[in-house]
Design a protein around this ligand. Structure first.
Ligand SMILES: [Zn+2]
Ligand SMILES: [Zn+2]
Length: 273
């Protein structure tokens, strides 16, 4: 059974609120711990809809920020709120005349995670020796403000009546270079986007081809063989278009290397500064 991270997050958040309400600064480090766990649980909950795309092994070990980063690579919409509406189609495929808003799926976004998750971590440790020697202690007033801001953001997410929605157009492909399975989704606007294989960094342009299908176009360039009389060319991946890449011409067998080039300027009258 998959854990109910949403309930876990709610428990951590409610304990954090109780501790904050005490007004006792000594409670703040426990609040920080509870809020970190709440942020982790909210991110793990969101990751459930991407479990197939992310792969089970990787998901077990990732920190929330890394996990969210990966989710965003799968789906640019992963950390954005979505309004879910429903309507009856007058005929199949026709847009409904009236739509009823079912609710908004609010997500704990990357920006908030980045802003607060690591910052809270500092309060879970004793000040560094350097800080202590300089007479610096944790700024508890600042910490309280930070905790209030996290509570506010988490409340919005947990108040959503709908969660873990995703309407994105998605597709998968076996990487042409290494054979790994790549699963990615398009953003809501359906605009093409560049995606990368996590195992070999081969890149693809992901485009909408209609009927809720997507296409992965390998981002490669044919590089012509420079040997005189040879008309061969070799496809290089975008990531290989750097000085030092080596290959063998399939037509003439010549070993080749990509190098930055300088050639003779035929126009001798050019004026140089
Ligand atoms: Zn690959
Ligand atoms: Zn050649």
């Amino acid at each position: 059974m998959t854990p109910d991270f949403r309930t876990t997050a709610r428990k951590h958040l409610s304990r954090a609120k109780e501790l904050l309400a005490s007004g006792d600064d000594a409670d703040l480090e426990f609040v920080a711990l509870k809020l970190r766990k709440a942020m982790e649980a909210l991110t793990y909950e969101r990751s459930k809809i991407y479990s197939d795309d992310l792969g089970p092994e990787a998901m077990k070990t990732w920190q929330p920020r890394k996990l969210m980063q990966r989710m965003l690579e799968v789906d640019p919409h992963a950390d954005k709120a979505a309004q879910i509406s429903m309507g009856r189609e007058p005929s199949p495929g026709k847009r409904p005349e009236t739509m009823r808003l079912l609710g908004t799926d609010n997500v704990f976004d990357m920006k908030t995670l980045k802003k607060h998750y690591d910052a809270l971590g500092a309060y879970l440790h004793t000040e560094t020796l350097d800080q202590l020697y300089r007479g610096k202690t944790h700024d508890l007033e600042k910490l309280r403000k930070r905790c209030d801001a996290i509570v506010e953001a988490a409340d919005i997410v947990l108040d959503s009546k709908i969660w873990n929605s995703s309407m994105a157009n998605r597709g998968e492909i076996e990487c042409h270079d290494c054979g790994s399975i790549i699963r990615r989704r398009l953003d809501r606007d359906g605009e093409p986007r560049v995606v990368q294989c996590w195992d070999c960094n081969a890149s693809y342009t992901l485009t909408d081809i209609g009927n809720r299908k997507v296409n992965f176009e390998p981002r490669m360039q044919d590089v012509p063989c420079p040997v005189e009389g040879c008309s061969g060319s070799f496809p290089l991946w975008e990531r290989e278009l750097v000085a030092g890449t080596r290959w063998k011409c399939r037509d003439c067998g010549q070993a080749l290397r990509l190098a930055p080039g300088v050639t003779i300027d035929e126009n001798e009258n050019t004026h140089y500064e």
